[in-house]
Ligand binder design. Structure first.
Ligand SMILES: Nc1nc2c(ncn2[C@@H]2O[C@H](COP(=O)(O)OP(=O)(O)OP(=O)(O)O)[C@@H](O)[C@H]2O)c(=O)[nH]1
Ligand SMILES: [Mg+2]
Length: 428
């Protein structure tokens, strides 16, 4: 069976953390009181959430960027900045997420599953946090950390919600071309369509459903006549069947007879197909004068009469079928979060192509990213923190020598043995 794969790139960016504030208490008789700079707020994160009302990746094709809100800066009097808003990105159930290299990061396989796509940056601490016995008036605060940013690849195996079933030439392709962006070949002879066409239909209230225009069925299809089983296979996973009968058929068969044969073929192939919600449509109502079967819904894909009503009826049936489907899967699974690759912790030293020693590790990178190295005292503070994290030991173990270049995140410096274990920071 042809696999219809919908795919797109998505750029996600967490919000930046707000900067910590440098501020001192001011009182009438005290020239410079204690530090009282507040912390910056954390940046918001970008979450992907599987939602069964989204059926395709269309929304990302022209707008592939999603950003969360920035944290606000800290202020004096220990006022902390507000956290940035999270961005919640709704994707279809069944979306798999890969990185640029094609490695699988997450499978959003059930309705409600959430996955953290880009973490927000940590807010910087205000100077009130850095008061020590040695330094009771720290004149530095932390910067906000930049939010995580990356390109992802989203992939979705499209499964039809609705299958259009009918004899050849009944008007299935014409219908899908009017209610979706699909543009299949339409012609006044049978067997025009040889491969299914999928179209995404979007309703006014933002429901998306995938509709499959499948090649025409004929009597005996279930025994392999026509293109037989190959076509019927596409109906297997559709939640809702739309059966088209031709009100302008030039063959002898009346619409009621067409309906009888079509249902017989479906049932001979898989009896359970008849248990699915079904909508019977009389097509070509503008020129057809044959009596529709009882309960059929009449429309003309050429004039457009009846199309909005059909879309509404289809959407109701799909919504109901999806709700039942997710109950069947077990509603308890909705909190499940699938993460395939945790962020590595600890400190690691790698060699770059240019020979530099690169320190890799979230904590060390954070320390550097948060430091406002130009402020007096800040670099001293960061240096001690790096030492505690074991950065100097890791560098020594990796064989670094005086004069070599070392790098942590965007920060580069020349390494020196001894007390001054490194000096001369340069932000690249
Ligand atoms: N007057 C009128 N003609 C229609 C209408 N819908 C389809 N037709 C015509 O019917 C013919 C067949 O339409 P298609 O949409 O190709 O039919 P199909 O069911 O996809 O046919 P197969 O792909 O062969 O199974 C074309 O000439 C269409 O222009 C309609 O509502 N009114
Ligand atoms: Mg067709």
């Amino acid at each position: 069976m042809t696999q219809f794969v919908d795919e797109c790139g998505l750029n996600v960016r967490g919000g930046d953390g707000g900067a910590g504030c440098v501020s001192f208490r001011r009182e009438a008789h005290v020239a410079k009181g204690g530090p009282n700079g507040g912390d910056g707020g954390d940046g918001g994160s970008v979450w992907l959430v599987a939602d069964h009302n989204v059926a395709s990746l269309i929304a990302f094709k022209d707008h592939p960027h999603r950003r969360a809100g920035n944290g606000a800066h800290g202020q004096g009097k220990r006022r902390h900045g507000a956290a940035g808003d999270d961005a919640v990105v709704r994707v279809p159930v069944g979306t798999s997420v890969k990185d640029q290299g094609g490695e699988l990061l997450a499978d959003l396989a059930a309705d409600g599953v959430r996955w953290l796509a880009a973490a927000g940056g940590q807010g910087g601490q205000g100077n009130s946090r850095f008061s020590t016995h040695q330094n009771r008036a720290p004149a530095f605060a932390e910067q906000g950390e930049a939010g995580e940013q990356r390109w992802l690849r989203l992939e979705l195996k499209l499964l039809a919600d609705v299958a259009l079933i009918g004899f050849p030439n009944a008007g299935k392709s014409t219908l899908i071309s009017r209610i979706s962006a699909a543009r299949p070949k339409i012609a006044d002879y049978p067997f025009t369509t040889l491969e299914p066409n999928l179209g995404v239909v979007r309703t006014d209230d933002d429901l998306e459903m995938v509709v499959a225009d499948i090649p025409g069925l004929i009597a005996g299809a279930s025994d392999g006549r026509g293109l037989g089983h190959r076509f019927l296979r596409h109906t297997e996973r559709a939640r809702v069947m739309v059966v088209l009968v031709d009100l302008a058929s030039v063959e002898e068969s009346s619409p009621a007879e067409q309906q009888r044969v079509l249902l017989e073929e479906l049932s001979a192939y898989r009896p359970e197909l008849l248990e699915r919600p079904r909508i019977v449509v009389g097509s070509k109502a503008d020129v057809g004068h044959l009596d529709p079967p009882p309960g059929a819904f009449c429309l003309s894909a050429v004039t457009g009469a009846g199309l909005p009503e059909l879309v509404r009826v289809m959407a109701d049936a799909v919504r109901e079928a999806r709700a039942q489907g997710s109950l069947a899967q077990g509603a308890g699974r909705s909190e499940e979060v699938v993460v395939h690759r945790p962020i590595p912790e600890g400190i690691r030293v790698e060699r770059a192509d240019d020979g530099a020693y690169v320190v890799v590790g979230r904590a060390a990178e954070r320390t550097v990213a948060l430091s406002d190295i130009n402020a007096p005292g800040a670099w001293e503070f960061a240096r001690r923190r790096l030492e505690k994290l074991g950065v100097d030991r890791a560098l020594a173990r990796a064989g670094i020598k005086s004069g070599d270049t070392a790098r942590i995140g965007a920060f580069e410096f020349e390494y020196h043995d001894g007390d001054e274990f490194y000096s001369e920071g340069v932000t690249s």
